[in-house]
Design a binder for this molecule. Structure first.
Ligand SMILES: *Cc1c(COP(=O)(O)O)cnc(C)c1O
Length: 233
């Protein structure tokens, strides 16, 4: 078995984070992947700064939020104290919040429509920041869920590049809640491979080990680290 790199965490890590780190290391070993090839995004949506502080203290440096306003209220102070933190937007982005999102986030996982591409492209002409971009694929073709239909993905990715001049780093998916996630992860990985994209944002608390087996480079894990959210978000 290949060895995985040691956990970066301190011995006093919050138990949820330590358990997730342990499971990521095991999934990487099972998949013959280097632990360093998977970025853990700790999804802190709905949790206040006092719940986030111990996770930062344990060494975690990449966090995910799904709302621009909530992130703006919570993160600037935490990031001032820890300038090496990276913040990822994992939820839908309204075009009128593009400026704030580009200023605050290091990655945006929810590029899902031409109007947002246009807004991002305009914003990139105004500010030098370049968050890493992921196109969200609606692998289950669920009407209530954001994302590009799998059959439209190749055209949309070409349009991102050719029409809007955007550099897309990878793909993101959220499998339907009531289906086995593996086929959705496999489909997302196939679309990425044929479009030459290296990064795959897939896997949440319930299925990140499966996602790692299918090549996830970014897993978005909330409740397994922070506990059950007070209400759905
Ligand atoms: C909330 C959320 C997560 C984390 O979900 P958990 O099941 O709590 O791990 C991951 N991805 C997205 C897009 C989310 O909104």
């Amino acid at each position: 078995m290949p060895t995985s790199s040691a956990s970066p965490l301190t011995p006093s890590s919050p138990s949820g984070l330590a358990a997730v780190e342990h499971d990521i290391a095991r999934a990487c070993a099972d998949a013959r992947r280097d632990r360093a090839s998977v970025t853990l995004i700790a999804v802190s949506k709905t949790f206040a700064a006092d719940a986030i502080a111990p996770v930062i203290a344990a060494g975690q440096r990449v966090f995910g939020e799904n709302r621009v306003q909530e992130a703006k209220a919570k993160w600037p102070e935490l990031m001032a104290a820890h300038p090496d933190i990276a913040l990822h937007l994992i939820g839908p982005l309204q075009s009128n919040k593009t400026k704030e999102a580009v200023a605050l986030f290091d990655a945006i996982h929810s590029v899902d429509r031409p109007s947002l591409c246009e807004a991002l492209s305009k914003e990139f002409a105004r500010q030098p920041r370049r968050p890493e971009l992921f196109v969200q694929i609606n692998t289950g073709e669920e009407p209530q869920k954001a994302g590009i239909a799998p059959t439209d993905a190749d055209d949309f990715l070409a349009r991102c590049r050719d029409t809007y001049g955007l550099s897309i780093a990878g793909l993101m998916c959220i499998p339907p809640a009531d289906e086995a996630p593996a086929p959705h992860f496999a489909l997302t990985a196939r679309i990425a491979a044929r479009n030459g994209l290296q990064k795959l944002s897939m896997g949440m608390s319930a299925d990140f080990a499966v996602a790692i087996a299918f090549g996830a480079t970014h897993v978005r894990v909330g409740s397994a680290i922070f506990g059950t959210r007070p209400k759905p978000a």
